[in-house]
Design a protein around this ligand. Sequence first.
Ligand SMILES: NC(=O)c1ccc[n+]([C@@H]2O[C@H](COP(=O)([O-])OP(=O)(O)OC[C@H]3O[C@@H](n4cnc5c(N)ncnc54)[C@H](OP(=O)(O)O)[C@@H]3O)[C@@H](O)[C@H]2O)c1
Length: 324
Amino acid sequence: MRAIQIAELEGPHAARLVDVDEPAAGDDLVVVDVHAAGVAFPDALQSRGLYQHKPPLPYTPGAEVAGVVRSAPEDAHVRPGDRVAGLTMLCGAMAEVVALQPNRVFKLPDSVSFEAGAGLLFNDLTVHFALRTRGRLSDGETVLVHGAAGGIGTSALRLAPAFGASRTIAVVGSEDKADVARAAGASDVVLADGFKDAVKDLTDDRGVDIVVDPVGGDRFTDSLRSLAPGGRLLVIGFTGGEIPTVKVNRLLLNNIDAVGVGWGAWTFTHPDYLQEQWAELEPLLASGAVPAPEPVVFPLERAGDAIASLEDRTARGKVVVTVR
Ligand SMILES: NC(=O)c1ccc[n+]([C@@H]2O[C@H](COP(=O)([O-])OP(=O)(O)OC[C@H]3O[C@@H](n4cnc5c(N)ncnc54)[C@H](OP(=O)(O)O)[C@@H]3O)[C@@H](O)[C@H]2O)c1
């Protein structure tokens, strides 16, 4: 089969299209003919050996796919011919065939294309975990979203209203990304530079109830300052590079929480959780209450460029590669 491989940890452009054997399909795995694969920030970090999960070399990048089931165990919830999305957790997706654990395979609604399907699991399930399980989002709350034109960011903007948020404020690094955040549903868009004062103005000094933070770095303290009493800052990632530190007196003085969101780790200790999440998300996607993502699509042979677009910040919304 055709697959992308990274043999040296020299960054996204080390990605090569090669021919390799199809994965061994154990009796207990679902084999999927892949149509599209998602690209996420960990793919960029992994290509430089900077992510916590370090696959042996050479490896095939990509954590999520959409495609058609080729074969499935007798007792699985999917059958050959079903359109599905699936999680490889955390590599192997950019290939024509994958073999997945059944609990990491999800039937796609007919209305969701393979490209959209390949681009929704990783972010939407993380954001669902962040807003619902860890962030305890309630009806009528206001959500501030950093990295709002990125994968996690656009997912948070699409999902927050369906989970009860009455307002979403998007934070983007440059003007040219504002349209992406608006198209994903942002009520307001502000620039990262000076976002604290803009949020103060927009909320009449009250602040927001939740901050979705996949960026970290030097804006972290201003994010804490932007929370209303009882507010929660959801720590999702550090695309800004630096891992910030918290002076915990800020939490005490303002009655706010800094909340860790480690979705992958949670799924390993809660094996039924992924399917429970999908049971909540799938009807929202099928009914259109949550719009499917509209990813930027690269052909498989340009997987290196696709991954690099996250690293060099030129990506707009979710990025996927088409495989067949
Ligand atoms: N905790 C979890 O369970 C979990 C699950 C999935 C992903 N994540 C993490 O979430 C983060 C976001 O992933 P993603 O796939 O959404 O990435 P993405 O699509 O590349 O979006 C990240 C955003 O970060 C902003 N950013 C600020 N400084 C940046 C810098 N120096 N380099 C690159 N981007 C920068 C960019 O927005 P502007 O240019 O507008 O500032 C960009 O749109 C990653 O750290 C990823 O590992 C965590």
